[in-house]
Design a protein around this ligand. Structure first.
Ligand SMILES: *[C@@H]1O[C@H](CO)[C@@H](O)[C@H](O)[C@H]1NC(C)=O
Ligand SMILES: *[C@@H]1O[C@H](CO)[C@@H](O)[C@H](O)[C@H]1NC(C)=O
Ligand SMILES: *[C@@H]1O[C@H](CO)[C@@H](O)[C@H](O)[C@H]1NC(C)=O
Length: 363
């Protein structure tokens, strides 16, 4: 239906009219720019959550027992005579259980696990070296681990502490750690957070197929608190790179290609409420999180068992709190199909990640 534009007749002389418009628009623009500047300095990650052009989704084919040759060809790629080496690079925070699942799941395909851990958070708060003090738990991967500590700076009162700058410094440190890990051109490098886990069959394609795009984002299924609460497929930050002279460690939009259904992203999937509280407080810029009743463990327990939003408690980096706010509690799923095999094999140890297991251990 086409509508005729309405014609407004103004009795004001044009100049005066223009002046009034400017008088109205200028303050609006100033406020707009100011709030955006606030957003940029405070809410540093959400601005990356709205990437500019839409992704081109590469279809992903997989079924058990189909040959690699056939799978490569379905993607328009071809089988390599030799597998590529895969390097898995993460900047670690405190996700110890997911780290174990990740490394156990990916170990058959990965040559080196490159892991950087900072002794501060992005917001300049001291952080215990969780990996260093739990290293024995990861002895199963000991020959493959390339670990380093990033020496962060503490935010002091009055100092301007820019999370962007810290994140950039960590990425640069990550670049050199990757270099010394023994990577060569044409190897695969995965860049992701600990809780963004590519699936084994995704890694097998990366290993065995020629003709892949040099950089691909990995589309991951989003989960919240555990695999009982699937949110959507919107996780896109993880990437797979064919390593070359220009590869740099990043965790943002790098290309238009995204490989569909390539793994799992489980946010706030912690065994202990204490770990959730650590992540909420240490990575948030907002003092609101430190309000006592927000950190009431029994309240948090109640909310995560309902798949509900922790309201204003989540740090700014957390990207789908707006979504949950709009949609209400995440519908519970009773499916534990298509999850990491290591998780299913060790279901007894990881009950809290599976359907019906939302009650966390007493503190
Ligand atoms: C998968 O392949 C193996 C051996 O290659 C065979 O023993 C097994 O029966 C196959 N499974 C299915 C579901 O076809
Ligand atoms: C981080 O580690 C470095 C080197 O050990 C140390 O100088 C620095 O004080 C540490 N920072 C914090 C916040 O613990
Ligand atoms: C936590 O909240 C519950 C009610 O939701 C209350 O009964 C309890 O006393 C609170 N605990 C603390 C430590 O504030």
């Amino acid at each position: 239906m086409a509508m005729r534009p309405l014609r407004h007749t103004s009795r004001l002389p044009p100049r005066k009219f223009l002046f009034i418009i400017i008088l109205i628009l200028v303050p609006i623009c100033v406020i707009g720019v100011w709030t955006n500047a606030q957003k940029i300095s405070y809410f540093f990650r959400p601005i990356w959550d709205r990437p500019p052009p839409p992704f081109i989704h590469l279809p992903h084919y997989y079924a058990e027992n189909v040959s690699m040759d056939h799978l490569c060809r379905l993607h328009g790629w071809s089988l390599r005579p030799e597998p590529r080496r895969i390097f898995d690079g993460i900047i670690f925070s405190n996700e110890l259980d997911l780290l174990e699942i990740r490394w156990q799941e990916l170990s058959p395909y990965v040559s080196k696990f490159v892991i950087l851990e900072s002794n501060t958070t992005f917001t300049g708060i001291t952080k215990p070296l969780f990996f260093a003090s739990n290293r024995a738990r990861f002895a199963f991967a000991k020959e493959k681990i390339v670990y380093d500590v990033f020496h962060g700076e503490i935010a002091t009162r009055g100092s301007h502490h820019d999370p962007f700058v810290i994140e950039r410094k960590q990425r640069i440190a990550m670049d050199s750690l990757v270099r010394i890990s023994g990577i060569s051109y044409d190897d695969i490098l995965i860049m992701s957070d600990t809780d963004e886990i590519p699936s084994p069959h995704t890694l097998k394609l990366l290993q065995w197929c020629d003709g892949l795009p040099p950089v691909m984002h990995l589309e991951l299924r989003n989960y919240m608190y555990s695999f009982e609460f699937p949110v959507d497929y919107s996780s896109w930050r993880a990437t797979a790179h064919i390593y070359g002279p220009h590869t740099r460690y990043r965790h943002l939009r790098q290309t238009n290609h995204i490989f569909s259904d390539a793994g799992w992203h489980c946010s706030f999937c912690f065994r202990l409420i204490e770990e959730i509280v650590f992540k909420m407080t240490a990575y948030s810029h907002a003092d609101r999180v430190k309000r006592k009743d927000f950190l009431n463990y029994s309240r948090i327990q109640r909310l995560i068992c309902r798949g509900d939003d922790l309201y204003d408690m989540l740090p700014e980096e957390y990207s789908f709190k707006e979504l949950i706010k709009k949609m209400g509690p995440i519908p519970r799923s009773a499916s534990a199909v298509h999850l990491p095999a290591y998780l299913i094999q060790n279901a007894d140890r990881f009950r809290f990640l599976l359907p019906g297991g939302c009650v966390r251990a007493p503190q």
